[in-house]
Design a binder for this molecule. Structure first.
Ligand code: ACO
Length: 365
């Protein structure tokens, strides 16, 4: 068979999936036959996670059982809290999350992945993040509450108070819109590990490592840094021009698949604008988005670069009171749903993922 060289695997499909359709030309995102944007408005994190893992939205009885099973699994094993606490405080949150998820995986059950493992790890990731955040802030960690939903409980553990309903709704919308997104780098990394019949914790550890990079999930905190650095509307054009003249990238713009506006960005922009109507930061961010798109069209006319999900993710997370260092871990919290769904799908019809490389070195004399 003739080898195809596809650097970055652009345009190559490596699996069939029933989980999501990402249509980058028309700007469409479908989760198992439903528009993601509608799910984000009309459903909760748990309902959409159920859809991703079981293939249909739950009945109210199924939802109650499912919510209870997630709520019952939130506490961390003692050895995991010890590992988190032993990690020096100057280590970034994604590295701590990667290490803690790896440490969750010391069980005898390794293959195939089970729904109990999926529920357990998804339930515990918010607790890992909140525990670490409390240590960073020098406070006692706030334990999980079983009577709160997944998103409300996350905000509760981070802040110590039951969150406002509007904040829960806004963050829920973000978490739903980022649960799943086709064969992105972190999902691919997880599926590669799962395809070797390794355990789900190893696969998720690989996914978290991939998401951490600034070209993937590490962008939203860099979006807020960019907005802070620009500082005023008057400064936006010269700041962005200077960046593009140097060949630097604007964070929160561009996407491998979307060649039109990212539908998640459109949905999140609405959510953020409802929460931040009077916030000068949001006003500046909206201006930066407009100038960024205009200048990208001028400097990269053939590239079709638009705002991606990370741009307004930063605005939503900031509006609900999350610090910058929580942005990418919160993205990991939601994407765990999609990663787990892909790992289970890979296991159902497994073939080891093993591409090839093209040798460009010398031959022996
Ligand atoms: N700012 C400036 N130029 C850009 C940007 C950007 N944000 N994105 C792409 N380009 C330019 C590149 O410089 C390149 O130009 P050239 O051909 O003249 O050299 C061209 O567009 C194509 O770039 P590639 O890197 O080949 O595009 P790719 O599809 O591989 O990159 C990526 C996609 C990594 C997301 C890119 O757009 C980027 O780096 N964006 C900024 C980081 C970011 O926002 N990441 C979050 C993505 S969303 C997510 O992962 C959840």
């Amino acid at each position: 068979m003739e080898k195809v060289l596809a650097i970055g695997l652009e345009g190559i499909a490596v699996a069939k999936t029933s989980l999501s359709l990402v249509d980058g030309i028309n700007g469409l995102l479908v989760y198992r036959g439903h528009w993601a944007r509608d799910l984000a408005v009309h459903h909760t994190f748990e309902e959409v996670a159920y859809l991703m893992w079981f293939g249909k939205l739950p009945t109210s009885e199924e939802l109650t059982v499912f919510q209870t099973s997630l709520a019952n699994e939130r506490a961390l094993p003692e050895h995991v809290t010890q590992i988190i606490d032993a990690t020096p405080l100057d280590r970034d949150m994604m590295s701590v999350l990667r290490t803690a998820v790896s440490a969750l995986g010391c069980t005898s059950q390794s293959w195939p992945p089970t729904i109990q493992q999926v529920i357990g790890v998804t339930a515990r990731i918010p607790t890992i993040i909140a525990h670490r955040q409390a240590r960073i802030e020098g406070k006692a960690p706030v334990g999980p509450r079983r009577d709160l939903g997944h998103t409300a409980n996350y905000l509760y553990m981070l802040k110590g108070d039951v969150p406002k309903a509007a904040h829960v709704r806004a963050l829920d919308a973000y978490l739903i819109l980022t649960q799943e997104h086709g064969m992105n780098a972190s999902t691919f990394a997880g599926r590669v590990v799962a395809s070797t019949q390794s355990d789900i914790y190893s696969a998720l550890t690989a996914s978290i490592g991939a998401l951490k990079g600034p070209l993937h999930g590490g962008a939203p905190s860099e979006v807020t840094e960019m907005i802070e650095a620009i500082g005023t509307k008057e400064n936006a054009e010269s700041w962005i021009r200077n960046k593009l003249e140097k060949g630097d990238r604007l964070m929160g713009f561009g996407h491998r698949i979307y060649k039109t506006i990212d539908p998640r960005a459109t949905a999140l922009q609405k959510v953020a604008s409802q929460l931040s109507a009077d916030d000068p930061w949001f006003d500046l961010a909206t201006h930066v988005e407009k100038v960024g798109m205009e200048l990208l069209a001028e400097y990269k006319p053939n590239r079709k670069l638009h705002t991606n999900v990370e741009f307004f993710a930063a605005a939503v997370m900031r509006a609900v009171g999350l610090d910058d260092q929580l942005f990418t871990p919160t993205f990991a919290l939601s994407r765990t749903v999609g990663w787990c769904a892909h790992i289970m799908e890979q296991a159902e019809n497994n073939r080891i993922i093993r591409p090839e490389s093209e040798y460009s070195g010398k031959m022996p004399d």
